[in-house]
Design a protein around this ligand. Sequence first.
Ligand code: AMP
Length: 249
Amino acid sequence: MKVLVPVKRVVDYNVKVRVKSDKTGVDIANVKMSMNPFDEIAVEEAVRLKEKGAVSEIVAVSCGVAQCQETLRTAMAIGADRAILVETSEELQPLAVAKLLKALMDKEQPGLVILGKQAIDDDCNQTGQMLAALADLPQATFASKVEIIEGAAHVTREVDGGLETLALTLPAIITTDLRLNEPRYVTLPNIMKAKKKQLDTFKPEDLGVNVAPRIKTLSVSEPPQRSAGIKVPDVATLVAKLKNEAKVI
Ligand code: AMP
């Protein structure tokens, strides 16, 4: 079974983002970019399924600027077999990405698509769900365990008050949650090997997809500044302040 793993290039999670002075977005010039953390978990899961013999080929996909190749090389260093870049300098919103992925699914015919549950830059949490709708396939979001049992994907999800386990007929769409696995450390020999793996490039037009944005960002602003805390000398003062000033007890 072939698995498609979409990986997004985002601002590294350690970077403190700054809002542009004209409030049109955040400044990503000269900022460290990395693979979206949930997508790293998705690649790791695909590799583990391959190691268990449930998967035969892993294809990583990224949509965006030419530098997304670096993200794809990282996916291949973790263990993806080959990669596809859908190259565009247009701003891509989840519906556009879902349409591009649907077009690639038609080409590649994967048994499973494993996406991250959300990209940490736009926090949309939409692409997997939109792809499942466009492809008319079963979906399991926020997976914390994935097993392939007798040709079906058994997915455990963390829901309010416990765990839910679903059985999905294949092909299917899965999105990863944080606790699904801990991605492996990428080793230097694997980074070197990844440089030689196949990377194909398409343009959205090659896939017949119009990626024009449907949503306009009106304004982006910094969160309000937090006022500094104070030190209290003892518990009695703390309790008095909570009671009389903060009025929370
Ligand atoms: P979002 O709906 O934007 O929160 O993204 C959810 C998931 O969709 C991500 O974790 C990725 O797996 C996938 N995705 C979103 N945008 C892209 C992109 N430009 N290229 C590849 N995968 C993407």
